[in-house]
Design a protein around this ligand. Sequence first.
Ligand code: MG
Length: 460
Amino acid sequence: MTRLFGTNGIRGVVNKDMNSELAMGIGKAWGTLLKQTIIHPKCAIGTDARLSNHMLKSAITAGLLSTGCDVCDTGMLPTPTLQYTVKEKQFDAGVIITASHNPPQFNGIKGVASDGTELSKDVEEAIEKIYFSQHFSLAEWGCVGAFSTWDGAIDLYIKGILSTIDTTCIKKQRFHVVLDCGNGVGSLVAPLLLKKLGCTVTELNCTPDGTFPGRHSEPIPENLTELMENVPEANASFGVGQDGDADRAIFVDERGKYIWGDKSLSLVGKYITRDLKGGLTVTPVTTSTCFEDVISKNAGSVVYTKVGSPIVARVMMEKHAVFGGEENGGLIFPGFQYCRDAGMSLAKILEILAKEKKPLSELIAEIPLYELVKTKIVCPNEKKQLVMNQVAEQMQHNKDLSRIDRTDGVKLYLKDGWVLMRPSGTEPIFRVYVEAKEKTRAEQLTIFYKNLVNSLIQHA
Ligand code: MG
């Protein structure tokens, strides 16, 4: 069966692979599935700021209504805001129309379960199966779903965040924050949230605009140069940049230095496990060792998963984790909800700064430093499995090897670092990650393992 759902829902270029027929079909298929277990399902729907949001929202809404599901339109909002709404307002399902940080010509459909988490692979596959079979159970004329709108989601979400953090402590500090929402839907939440926390806000690109006129949407260093320049100029406490649907937040210290997601993840993990005197945390195998270092120091533990935030969130739920997230700025706060959440990340960083009374650069300098090199190698899809098995086999005899992990690809734990070779799910490439204490060592290992994998590919 052809797969529609990828790591983060269904994505594609508008009116090419992401069109209204597909959206309506997904609506019908999902509605059919929901009706199998729920008599009168209620779904919440929302969108990011992309130009095709109404087109896709209307189509998927029509599909859901045709099967007898009620649909409540919550308007334009961040993904975590919709997720929180589904959980708190007891919807049976949620849909967010977003392509996250992808270029403006893209859009996507992401499904949310009744507990606010992203849909599990099983549910996605069940939707796909119905979609391809075209066996939709359409409602009788008098039983089609009812449509309503609700504009209280953002207010509900902000109130929810404020109830989980120490607002008094934050307000006292009168922080000045430079905020770059990249014209994404974080613009509808973050400025308001910061003002409620007594912060002075310098706004960059804080008008939602689906053409992304200010900068590219992904919060990587090359896209946050304006933010990095503005923070020291404004004499601000720190800066924060979000992606298009505001589930990821990246921070910039008071000197304008970009903080990698591993570091902010570790910083938050450090204070959560310190306050709880331990606890289990969850992160994918791609995360830097600095995370495990700070967690172990607080008597906490780390469970590593495959790459993908829905996987991290589900493992966190199963194992009652106290914290988790990805190394790309996607932090998950289980006390609030099981999904990546830029609004909650921002509030938590403010709380840590307020309590520690140290500049962000100083707090980050306390996190152990590692050099992580990320690169890729071209490899035909049909050779991937064989090459990975051969790498694992050859490495058995390497005297530097302490352990091989097969959670996602092959991860080799060496005496002075680790190497991860992960086949891409969508492209004919291996992603190669190498981490060591010294930069030269990381580069040396990268060359060695790239050569090894290349020669295995040639002979496979
Ligand atoms: Mg996103």
